[in-house]
Design a protein around this ligand. Structure first.
Ligand SMILES: [Zn+2]
Length: 223
């Protein structure tokens, strides 16, 4: 007796074979087509990701310029100029002791007003250290931060500001802080702001403004 499997006709086997070969080829073609689409989508994602990175860098620059522009409101600039002029006047040879006392009081008053009006956006100083175990932590020291514009103390926890209220921070050594503060006190504001401005920042913004297509809302560094 012949096993039933051998009774399956050659035609039926051929038909199954043809059908499955066709399905296989079709599935392979579709898979390849999808792979091509995935590669294309990958390229698109890559381009979009680099657009995002570039936009992030440019947004960072804009935020930095805004921060630098807001670092010294006009009232702060005026108070600082008056303070500097008063301090120069107090150093004059011709003034009397009484005039000197008045000028010193005026300078103290102006400094207080200046420190109250200033947003303390440009900060210099150094981080503290807990000291070393071998020195029994006697060599530890506290951090000190000062506003480069008005010389107010800035609390260590405030030196980075609250979210959205950033500051620009310049780190100096402990030994240098004293002289740096004296130098900053006498410097014009433009020089201080320039010291805190990363090189090439304004050039990059201006180059972008020159290249940017006219969208009706022109990018401007003065807004
Ligand atoms: Zn300040």
């Amino acid at each position: 007796m012949t096993a039933p499997i051998l009774n399956v006709s050659a035609e039926l086997l051929s038909a199954i074979e043809a059908e499955q070969t066709h399905l296989q080829a079709e599935a392979e073609a579709t898979t390849e087509e999808i792979r091509v689409q995935i590669r294309k989508l990958g390229q698109i994602i890559g381009r979009l990701e680099s657009t995002c990175r570039r936009a992030e860098i440019r947004l960072g620059r804009v935020a930095l310029v805004r921060l630098l522009q807001g670092a010294v409101p006009p009232v702060v600039a005026e108070l600082r100029e008056r303070l500097q002029a008063t301090e120069v006047e107090a150093m004059g040879d011709e003034i009397t002791v009484r005039q000197l006392g008045e000028l010193k009081r005026l300078a103290a008053d102006l400094r207080q007003q200046l420190q109250q009006a200033c947003p303390h956006a440009l900060v210099i100083g150094y981080d503290g250290s807990e000291g070393s175990k071998s020195m029994d932590y006697d060599d530890g020291y506290d951090s000190r931060w000062h506003c480069a514009v008005c010389d107010a103390n800035v609390e260590p926890e405030e030196r980075r500001g609250r979210p959205g209220d950033h500051r620009l921070v310049a780190i100096v050594t402990r030994s240098k802080l004293g002289t740096t503060r004296q130098e900053l006190d006498a410097l014009p504001l433009d020089d201080i702001i320039e010291d805190f401005t990363p090189k090439g920042l304004l050039g990059a913004i201006e180059a972008y403004a020159a290249l940017a297509p006219d969208t009706g809302s022109e990018p401007s560094v003065n807004k």
